[in-house]
Design a protein around this ligand. Structure first.
Ligand code: ASC
Length: 230
């Protein structure tokens, strides 16, 4: 494989950034915020960033590049498809639970739902992600679709998958920014308290993670060799 070592360096870097992002999200909610619980309070809201970063960003990112891991090229394509679909299913479930946490928290506190751009784009992303998963399952995993249909839908599946992933990251940045503006009053966000610096850094980690995943996923020479397809 051309550029194997570079691929490996990028993969290890992406994994480190992904783990670090999840760790930062946990430190944010446990050290700076109210922790995690399911009680209609802020600690229930806190599931939202934790589950989005774990599932909708980290696990989705790994699901995207799972075909590109060279040591899986001797495995059957069907097995890798199951892993791709399985990771995306886990990510979808975590994203949906994270939405339930927010709606539940809002309703308990009489906070309006679905007024922000973050919520409009975020809910749209979850809906399209679910559609992408159901369509991908029906077309590429079940044995019924003809190869001609698979071939014509594959570029759309790849494009919409990458678009959803990038949109989720942009949405997370909006959400993090919103939350810091809402939550940091004394001292204000504008005075750069430690939580602001820490969570801005979390945003940077997520962007770099996304940049690495999108790079690895779009290098043609790192594709699974076609002769191994099933
Ligand atoms: C699949 C699969 C592929 C593509 C190809 C059409 O389901 O395994 O490699 O679709 O058949 O592009």
């Amino acid at each position: 494989m051309e550029g194997y070592w570079l691929f490996l360096v990028l993969l290890v870097s992406a994994l480190l950034l992904g783990f670090l992002s999840v760790l930062f999200a946990l430190v944010w909610v446990f050290h700076y915020r109210e922790g995690l619980s399911w009680d209609g309070g802020s600690a229930e809201f806190n599931w939202h960033p934790v589950l989005i970063i774990t599932g909708f960003i980290f696990i989705q990112g790994i699901a995207i590049i799972v075909y590109r891991l060279p040591w899986t090229w001797k495995c059957s394509k069907l097995l890798i498809k199951f892993i791709h679909a399985g990771l995306n299913t886990i990510a979808m479930i975590l994203a949906i639970v994270s939405l339930v946490a927010v709606f539940d928290f809002h309703n308990a506190k009489n906070i309006p739902n679905m007024y922000s751009l973050h919520s409009w784009i975020g809910l749209t992303a979850v809906i399209f992600y679910t559609l992408q998963l159901v369509l991908g399952f029906a077309v590429f995993l079940l044995p019924f679709a003809p190869v001609s249909l698979r071939a014509s839908l594959m570029p759309i599946h790849i494009y919409s998958g990458l678009l959803i992933f990038a949109t989720v990251i942009a949405t997370a940045l909006m959400g993090v920014t919103e939350k810091l503006i809402f939550a940091l009053k004394t001292p204000a966000y504008s005075t750069s308290p430690p939580e602001a610096i820490f969570v801005n850094t979390l945003g940077l980690l997520i962007v770099i993670f996304g940049a690495l995943i999108l790079w690895m996923a779009t290098r043609p020479h790192w594709k699974r060799p076609p002769e191994q397809n099933s």
